[in-house]
Design a protein around this ligand. Structure first.
Ligand code: FAD
Length: 467
């Protein structure tokens, strides 16, 4: 028979958004339950998104590094790895992440319930467990952190054994010799790097004019150049007319009249919010056509005691942002309107090969806003550390105000870009004039380091103003 349990707050979804919220709510002394429909914790982030894709990429990038270095290959020749090999490493990481989470929810007193949550009322949730049994939960406040899933257009047969999305690709059974990746957003570009690194022939279909158009144009061009240089065939401005699965492969017909054949296809064009099972219409919430909910600056929906964070609220749809949204949302839930906000300049980390990271304004934005800026550049090939570690591909670009010398934007590509960016980000956030490129000139860097790129770029930029 159905039981009813009372909580102060219930968080729906155990991804980074739900985790940030639940942990902050218990720290604030609330009685918290987390509902997760899957048997293991961590959300799409841990099981199908960030964690597996980054683990796959890590193995591939080490393989590329190994094969490019005659010191390693001498005597043993080039190494190769299969998708199954690199998947094993990824699955090991997923297991560690899941275990770590179960442990800290237990230690911190978050009640974890497994099952699908749906709204019965503003303060009442129905919990349907895997065996069909039902419980009811009453609670003062609710956080929706149900995340998103790959968008699946109705005319593509995702039940076909050779047609994958970014979730199902992790169950890829056979080793493809060729793959069509449809959609050249962050996920498409990252998987293009992974498959190409394994030696798979990759066709990357971009529905837009350039890759990742939100990036500084120079960085987006560098990505196109390096992907093409590694052998990825990029086709811009193309859309599919028809995608057909066969017994031994797939065929994609483009609207421009091309026919492309490959062993398999990864459809990576857009995501939809996980909204349907929640039955939010029972509390009067109206998602948009992508299944996303609208929220206030403090993540409150139009129903006062119901909040939403993470991919379910759309942009920026990053694990990094979701966690912080959860944390800020929990503070607002406990203390009402508070000053805490997500930082305005969220860094972007894109784990292609080469890696890309940026924070702040692009050249295009500064030009449009008529800001008098200057550029300072460092090429990795000129850094001792990059030469030592064979990381010559890449550069760091600093955009700064010509008069005040404030750092306005940082754009980096090359190995470790996503780490290197945080040095500059920390300086950008300094107050009282501490956010200028002069910091990079006047401080002492460890030598040799990749971080030294900041000094080289700053000196380069200052020289341009003096010229
Ligand atoms: P999720 O992590 O999706 O978790 C939602 C959880 O809610 C799931 O476990 C789901 O089972 C559960 N749920 C859904 N409905 C219900 C229900 N009704 N009842 C109970 N439980 C429910 N972001 C980065 O910052 N860096 C990256 O490098 C990165 N790489 C990515 C690579 C890929 C391939 C993908 C797909 C995404 C990537 N992202 C990355 C994005 C990141 O994974 C998401 O932004 C993040 O997972 C969103 O977190 P979330 O908490 O909103 O939802």
């Amino acid at each position: 028979s159905a039981e009813t349990t009372q909580f102060d707050a219930v968080v729906i979804g155990s991804g980074p958004g739900g985790e940030g919220a639940a942990m902050q709510l218990v720290k604030n002394g609330r009685r918290v339950a987390m509902i997760e429909k899957y048997a293991s914790l961590g959300g799409g982030c841990t099981h199908w998104g960030t964690i597996p894709s980054k683990a796959l990429r890590h193995s591939v990038s080490r393989l590329i590094e190994f094969n490019a270095n005659p010191l390693f290959t001498a005597g043993c020749g080039h190494r190769s790895m299969s998708f199954a090999d690199i998947l094993r490493h990824a699955q090991g990481v997923i297991q560690q992440q899941v275990q770590m989470r179960s442990g800290f929810y237990q230690r911190n007193g978050v009640t974890v319930l497994h099952g699908v949550a749906s709204f019965e009322g503003e303060n009442k949730l129905k919990l349907t467990q895997a065996d069909g049994s039902v419980d009811y939960i009453t609670t003062k406040q609710i956080v929706i952190a149900t995340g998103s899933r790959p968008y699946r257009p109705a005319d593509v047969d995702f039940n076909h054994a050779r047609i994958y999305d970014s979730d199902t690709v992790l169950s890829l059974k056979h080793e493809p010799r060729s793959i069509i990746i449809y959609g050249a957003g962050v996920i498409g570009c990252e998987y293009a790097s992974i498959f190409r690194g394994l030696g798979v022939k990759v066709d990357l279909i971009n529905t837009r004019e350039r890759l990742l158009s939100f990036l500084d144009a120079e960085i987006s061009d560098a990505l196109s150049y390096h992907l093409r240089n590694s052998g990825v065939v990029i086709r811009h401005n193309e859309e599919y007319e028809r995608i057909e699965g066969h017994e031994d492969g797939v065929t994609l017909y483009t609207q421009s009249g091309k026919r492309l054949d490959a062993d398999c296809l990864l459809y990576a064009n857009g995501r939809s919010g996980n909204i349907e099972e929640l039955k939010v219409e029972n509390v009067g919430l109206q998602p948009n056509h992508r299944g996303q909910l609208e929220v206030s600056a403090q993540y409150q929906t139009s129903v006062a005691n119901i909040y939403a964070v993470g991919d379910i609220i759309g942009y920026p749809s990053l694990a990094s942002a979701a966690y912080d949204q959860g944390r800020i949302c929990a503070t607002a839930m406990c203390f009402g309107d508070c000053e805490q906000r997500l930082i305005s300049d969220i860094p972007t980390g894109i784990y292609t090969i080469p890696e890309i990271s940026s924070v702040g304004k692009t050249e295009e934005e500064l030009t449009q806003q008529k800001v008098p800026y200057e550029v300072g550049r460092a090429h990795f090939k000129d850094l001792a550390r990059a030469q030592i570690s064979s990381m010559a591909v890449g550069s760091l670009k600093l955009l700064f105000h010509r008069e005040t010398k404030e750092v306005l934007g940082i754009h980096c590509f090359g190995e470790r870009a996503a780490e290197i960016i945080h040095i500059g980000q920390a300086i950008m956030e300094q107050k009282h004039g501490g956010n200028t490129i002069e910091y990079f000139v006047n401080t002492t860097f460890n030598y040799p380091t990749m971080a030294e790129a900041y000094r080289v770029a700053a000196l380069n930029g200052l020289n341009r103003i003096r010229d």
